[in-house]
Design a binder for this molecule. Structure first.
Ligand code: 5AD
Ligand code: SF4
Length: 424
């Protein structure tokens, strides 16, 4: 979601202020940190990065420094207190107002702040997207009403807001006109999508997008197990353009911890969704998010997590040590697990996940995969990379430019994080 927002920020500043992006911070007129506050580490990084940027500001007094994203929502005017040289603070819902804020900062106005959460107005201000490849992100909803006890997102991104389906379909049309073949639908909770015009449910929206002939692949992230209805499950049967991949955060394998996390499902209910999906798509890639060291997590709770990781046999996962976030209910619970123990649990979990990833990749050796070509090596132009339908990266060589095309590749070797193939 932050990557999507960053791309929109670049588009909007290019269209209204003529700014172009640069790889060299010392050449920039404006530096924006688009921040994440989901864990304390990401949040703290902002302030250390600001400390470094301060020197650039000393060298170039005209440099404008802006902080956007969720840390702005969390820290608000504290950012100016901790880093007085910051000019602009804005939030995820006010990024379309940046051109005006930038103009004010250029006129030497100090401490400009807009962290309001207007009702999903920013999308109306986004210029026609500048497509950079065959895959494009499209935000369909934002925010979250789930209020998991550990999570700061509902407080920083705001409550759930869905975009009208008519706007989503119009955006997709401009993307396909520019050669996009794969649409990745984005939202904190995509299956909480509610069309303000009441035209489509989430699964109907997928079917409607699939009707666009030039779209070859559709996927979505992130969905929530508590709202994964049968209509979405059967969409995997009736809609071949839905890719063979699902990212579905489980967070813990212990029902006791899931309850404390206020996730709204049990392990058995989660397992049931995966079983139904695998009945329809036996080789579907399943990835997840897991938190270890949640307050009161015992060795037994953690063993349950290790067990479900193996039973479900996730082929990839993002795993994190629990990080208390300000004003969340879990932050009031005693964070009673020593850091060394949390680190050991994370290590054990990640070792297990690496084994599973390698095993899953090995099962792909010898298969023929449809690969969307997304990258070309800068030095060796014959070297390409692409994504399989189950979201794995394949490297292969090809004699001619294949960027943006879907090609058949035979998988010949498996590494831990990627595959090697031969173009057929
Ligand atoms: N501590 C650790 N991990 C967290 N996540 C969200 N909040 C926290 C937290 N306080 C993780 C969850 C979520 C992912 C995006 O980040 O696993 O799915
Ligand atoms: Fe956070 Fe839970 Fe919402 Fe995901 S579903 S964004 S973890 S509150």
């Amino acid at each position: 979601m932050n990557e999507y927002d960053s791309a929109k920020i670049a588009d909007i500043l290019a269209a209204s202020c003529g700014l172009v992006t640069t790889e060299t911070p010392s050449k920039a007129d404006l530096i924006i940190l688009n921040t994440c506050s989901v864990r304390a580490k990401a949040s703290e990084k902002v302030f250390s990065e600001l400390g470094r940027l301060r020197f650039l500001k000393k060298k170039n007094p005209n440099l404008v420094l802006a902080v956007g994203g969720c840390v702005s929502m969390q820290e608000q005017t504290n950012i100016f207190r901790r880093a007085p040289y910051v000019d602009i603070v804005f939030g995820p819902q006010t990024l379309h107002r940046l051109p005006k804020m930038y103009e004010k900062a250029c006129n030497k106005e100090k401490r400009i702040i807009d962290i309001t959460t207007p009702k999903i107005e920013k999308f109306d201000y986004f210029p026609t997207p500048d497509v950079k490849g065959a895959i494009a992100h499209v935000s369909i909803m934002e925010g979250c009403n789930k209020f998991c006890s550990y999570c700061i997102v509902p407080y920083t991104r705001g409550i759930e807001m869905s975009r009208p389906s008519i706007d989503i379909l119009a955006e997709i049309k401009t993307l396909t006109d520019q050669g996009v073949k794969e649409i990745q639908l984005l939202g904190q909770n995509v299956n909480a999508y509610r069309d303000p015009n009441k035209k489509y449910t989430f699964s109907n929206l997928i079917h409607e997008i699939a009707k666009i002939k030039t779209i070859e692949r559709i996927n979505f992230t992130t969905s929530h197990p508590a709202e994964f209805g049968d209509d979405l499950i059967t969409a995997f049967a009736s809609e071949p353009k839905l890719t063979n991949y699902i990212h579905l955060p489980i967070q813990s394998g212990s029902n006791r911890i899931l309850k404390l996390m206020r996730r709204g499902y049990t392990c058995e209910e989660y397992q049931e969704i995966i079983d139904k999906l695998r009945k329809i798509r036996p080789n579907i890639g399943v990835s997840t998010d897991i938190i270890v060291g949640f307050p009161t997590e015992t060795e037994e709770d953690f063993a349950d997590t290790m067990e479900i990781v193996q039973t479900i046999n996730f082929d990839a996962a993002f795993s994190f040590i629990y990080s208390p976030r300000p004003n969340t209910p879990a932050a009031k619970m005693e964070d009673n697990i020593p850091l060394a123990q949390k680190k050991q649990r994370l290590l054990d979990l990640q070792n297990q996940l690496a084994i599973q990833s390698r095993q899953y990749n090995k099962t792909m050796v010898g298969t023929i995969q449809k690969v969307l070509v997304v990258g070309r090596d800068k030095k060796n132009h014959n070297q390409y990379s692409g994504r399989t339908e189950n979201n794995h990266i394949v490297h292969f060589t090809a004699p001619k430019d294949l960027l943006g095309e879907i090609v058949e590749v035979k998988i010949v070797d498996a590494m831990s994080n990627s595959l090697r193939g031969e173009l057929l």
